[in-house]
Design a protein around this ligand. Sequence first.
Ligand code: SF4
Length: 229
Amino acid sequence: MSESEVLLRKMYAALLDAYGTRKWWPAETAFEVVIGAFLTQATAWRGVERSIANLREAGRLTMEGIRSVTEEKLRELIRPSGFVQRKAASIKAFVQFLDEHYGGSLEQLAEAHTTELRIQLLTLPGVGPETADAILLYALEHPVFVVDEYLRRVVTRHELLPANARYANLQSLGDGAIASPTREETARHANELHALIVEVGKRHCGTTPRCEGCPLRPFLPDAKSKPLY
Ligand code: SF4
């Protein structure tokens, strides 16, 4: 395990101590996780919640609900999440992919091999690495670490990786920090660490870091003597 991985593991323990387990993803079903993974792109979670509520109220928060809704109506229902043209088309394309290749079943999708499935997901419209990994981990319970902007901020501000680190480098750091003997344990830690990073990001590590009172303050390099920027 590298020095950075060891440090991230310690930061994970500190976050767990401070915030406890987060019980992510905030959704009632695996399909809702998938929908949320598309809707949350470039959008605050409040907008996602309103879109999910609209879909639920309209009886569209199911495979069949999305299959049978028109794209125009779907755009209207998810309007609070923004980027509705792209997101509605992406959600419809995902359901079509599931129907064509996995009998319309998320359970069947979950049985596919992680690496092959990730490659397949990445070919779909509107699916980048973060969305693919969020679906793999939170909807399908594959042991995949999800990288987002909050992780990038925390990791680079703590100098575990350079500011221009690529998604794969950040993911590899996370993978190293949560490495566990079993697939289930790895998935559990991947879930928890990502959720905790989002929590510290929302509370402290936004565009402007608020380090005072942050549980990760003791891990800042040369915390007392060095300004952050
Ligand atoms: S707010 Fe400061 S101490 Fe907290 S994670 Fe961000 S850089 Fe680290």
